[in-house]
Design a binder for this molecule. Structure first.
Ligand code: SF4
Ligand code: SF4
Length: 379
């Protein structure tokens, strides 16, 4: 795609990166075939190619985001299916991240929108506040139909209340920083950091508890670092760039302390959306001289737990005779390009695995598109 950015605009490294991405798009439109919003709405402006054109126009002309562009970019689910499909390797994720930051800086949303986004950006990344809000939501859940009749924000509050779990697990010991040693070994052959993050340990603490038990059984020592937290994805997707970078720096500092104090084989993440973001830290912090190298090291060590487990020598179990359906998350198959490892592990655990037909879109291209791949690694 031809671009016409001014030299002044190209002095900004974010703009330079976006221009490079825009130039790689050849307008072929293959991506439209696997974009859920285009398939649902049938509007080119709600397709990846349509959004790319709108973002190009907005950035190239240095315009504040119009209400129309905001609507179409807001509708993007960041499923990254378009990146799997694109034959030209267009890094849509970095482009839409830049567009969202531009929207946040130049567009004034309605008061209701601003209030809702501020609430989500404050509560969700903070485990204590999120747990408190779930407690409040569980009590308010029966009143959701009344909320639905309140003008302006009522429908959204009612939708959130209907999604809130009626009860949730107590705080898990795995949420606290600490070291979980493998029982059999004084000096473990393997040592990993496990990311806790924000919402997952509140909603499903069993996931990391089971991960620790399994890794310990396989002789792997697990460390949960002091002061780690939300990966930053939530605010990043809202265009709150500085806040996202601050959260990324906090995790980089927390994990660097562990890496420099004894070394680790990997940083394991059990939520694939968080994994996609942590694997992008090298790119996100590439312009920060204090953090660029540290972030790149974190990014190179980051693994989805299934990727790491697939490297261990796990003896296959006897067939259980049970059939399971595996539905991969978008962030797993498109963000991280992990498609086989989870299924291999399930098969090794004795299950027969079936794919959910509509759970996969276009065939994954062989090259990884996460930021730590050589093609897109910062620097
Ligand atoms: S990220 Fe998903 S929703 Fe957004 S443009 Fe790409 S395919 Fe469509
Ligand atoms: S498939 Fe890739 S090159 Fe083709 S229009 Fe979509 S983003 Fe552009």
């Amino acid at each position: 795609m031809q671009t016409n950015f001014s030299l002044a605009a190209l002095a900004d490294p974010h703009m330079r990166e976006s221009e490079k991405i825009l130039r790689s798009c050849v307008h072929c439109g293959f991506c439209t075939a696997t974009c859920p919003t285009y398939l649902l709405l049938g509007d080119e402006l709600d397709s990846p190619r349509g959004r790319i054109y709108q973002i190009k126009d907005m950035l190239e002309k240095g315009r504040p985001a119009s209400a129309e562009v905001v609507q179409h970019v807001d509708r993007c689910l960041s499923c990254l299916s378009c990146m799997t499909t694109c034959p030209s390797g267009v890094h849509y994720m970095h482009l839409v991240d830049h567009a969202r930051a531009h929207i946040e800086a130049t567009h004034t949303r309605s008061l209701a929108d601003r209030a809702m986004r501020a609430l989500l950006a404050t509560v969700l990344p903070n485990r204590a506040l999120f747990r408190l809000s779930l407690l409040g939501a569980a009590m308010a859940k029966p009143f959701a139909p009344i909320w639905a009749r309140v003008p302006v924000v009522g429908a959204r509050v009612a939708a959130m209340l209907s999604l809130a779990p009626a009860r949730f697990a107590p705080r898990s010991p795995a949420e606290k920083p600490g070291v979980w040693k493998a029982p059999a070994s004084e000096r473990p052959a393997r040592r990993v950091i496990l990311m806790n993050g924000c919402a997952q340990p509140v909603l499903r603490p069993q996931i990391n508890e089971a991960t620790i038990r399994l890794l310990n059984r396989l002789g792997v020592e697990v460390v949960i670092a002091l002061d780690e937290g939300c990966c930053g994805a939530l605010v990043h997707h809202m265009g709150r760039e500085e806040r996202a970078l601050a959260q990324a720096r906090q995790n980089v500092d927390a994990w660097t302390m562990v890496i420099e104090d004894g070394g680790v084989d990997a940083i394991l993440i059990t939520a694939s959306g968080c994994g996609t973001t942590v694997k992008d830290y090298g790119f996100m912090l590439r312009e920060d001289p204090r953090y660029a190298a540290k972030a790149r090291r974190v990014c190179e060590l980051a693994r989805d737990v299934s990727e790491y487990l697939a490297t261990l020598d796990i003896a296959p179990s006897r067939p259980t005779g049970q059939v399971v359906a595996y539905h991969s998350a978008c962030s797993m198959q498109h963000g991280q390009k992990i498609t086989d490892a989870p299924k291999q592990l399930l098969r090794a655990a004795g299950f027969k695995v079936k794919d959910v037909p509509e759970g996969t879109s276009a065939a994954a291209r062989p090259a990884s598109t996460t930021s730590c791949s050589p093609r897109s690694r910062a620097g």
